[in-house]
Design a protein around this ligand. Structure first.
Ligand code: DP6
Length: 316
């Protein structure tokens, strides 16, 4: 056991979206999801024993109810001392770039390393999920799925990062924090959207299709199901009361551009999370053309090209 440990984790982008929780405790999703972990962005979290709990994000002390809640749950199972938690993100927080995913994956991994809890990957994933559902998937690298493993909802690595030569091109339209976060947005969707029940049913089917597309490395099949899952998630959110509109004008322009690039022969498809950024998944050889195609659109602030990343791990 050490008094201090540091872990690194990367955000992930869902291709089959998690958007809604099952009733009950422990942040269990209503349906399975599938994602790709990125290597371009990182969260590095250090935990250390201290005289009282504290949490700092990029050097600023912050009160984070989700972090506090997860520590409370962990302490029901493990004898943890008061903790000093310091997290650094090398990308904007809270604007649809999945900072909570890498954040909770890094936090759980650092706590496991610091106190020698001896958690399996599946157990770390389940604990990260309690902090934030998508964080379960940042425990694994490459293509990951979050599904019921028979005992709990945990992530599994479907395909390692180096197995399929793909890039994710991220068109950032705004780095301002979004008005309605994912937790509130999916809860509003569950309670008020007339499309919520069919969405959950469709996601179970989409998950099976996407899983097969990834294991067979069938780009066209993955493109079709991923764009469909994204558009359905936003349709559910748009139909909530009041409607959740995460897109900006530049978001829509970028979606049209991705489809135009595909029509012109590039292997590329889009997805959008609970924010205005567009993520284009493409063959690595097409990444430069996709980057240029997005960068020239007015309203795109900057573009980042990412490869597939590794799962969360302790570095020290
Ligand atoms: C649109 O994992 O942030 O990115 O479990 O309430 O913390 P909580 O939600 P969160 O939601 C992610 C929503 C999404 C889709 C996805 O990542 O699957």
């Amino acid at each position: 056991m050490h008094g201090r440990a540091t872990a690194i984790a990367h955000p992930n982008v869902a291709l089959v979206k998690y958007w809604g929780k099952a009733p009950g405790p422990h942040n269990v999703p209503a349906a399975p999801s599938l994602s790709v972990t990125l290597d371009a962005f990182s969260t590095v979290t250090t935990v250390a024993s201290a005289s009282e709990d504290s949490f700092a994000l990029n050097g600023q002390a912050v009160a984070d109810a989700k972090v506090a809640g997860l520590l409370l749950e962990l302490r029901e199972h493990f004898a943890l001392p008061p903790l000093r938690v310091a997290t650094e993100n090398d990308f904007p927080t809270g604007c649809g770039l999945a900072s909570s995913a890498s954040g909770f994956a890094a936090l759980v991994t650092a706590i496991d390393g610091c106190f020698g809890l001896g958690l399996t990957m599946a157990e770390r994933s389940a604990w990260a999920r309690r902090g934030s559902g998508s964080a379960a998937r940042s425990i694994v690298g490459g293509f990951g799925v979050l599904r019921d493993d028979g005992t709990d909802w945990t992530a599994e690595e479907l395909l390692p990062a180096d197995a399929w030569s793909l890039s994710i091109v991220i068109g950032v339209t705004s780095t301002r924090p979004k008005a309605v976060g994912s937790t509130a947005g999916m809860e509003r969707s569950r309670l008020t959207s007339p499309f919520y029940a069919p969405w959950v049913a469709a996601t179970v089917a989409d998950y099976a299709v996407a899983r097969r597309a990834v294991t067979e490395q069938d780009f066209a099949a993955l493109a079709k199901v991923s764009e469909s899952s994204c558009l359905k998630m936003h349709a559910v959110a748009l139909a909530a009361e009041p409607g959740l509109l995460y897109w900006h004008g530049a978001t829509v322009d970028a979606l049209h551009r991705v489809r135009a690039l595909r029509k012109a022969g590039l292997q590329v498809f889009f997805t959008v999370d609970a924010g205005p950024q567009v993520k284009a998944v493409c063959a690595a050889g097409d990444a430069e053309a996709v980057r240029a195609g997005l960068a020239e659109l007015p309203g795109i602030e900057f573009v980042v090209v990412s490869g597939l990343g590794a799962g969360a791990a302790c570095t020290a």
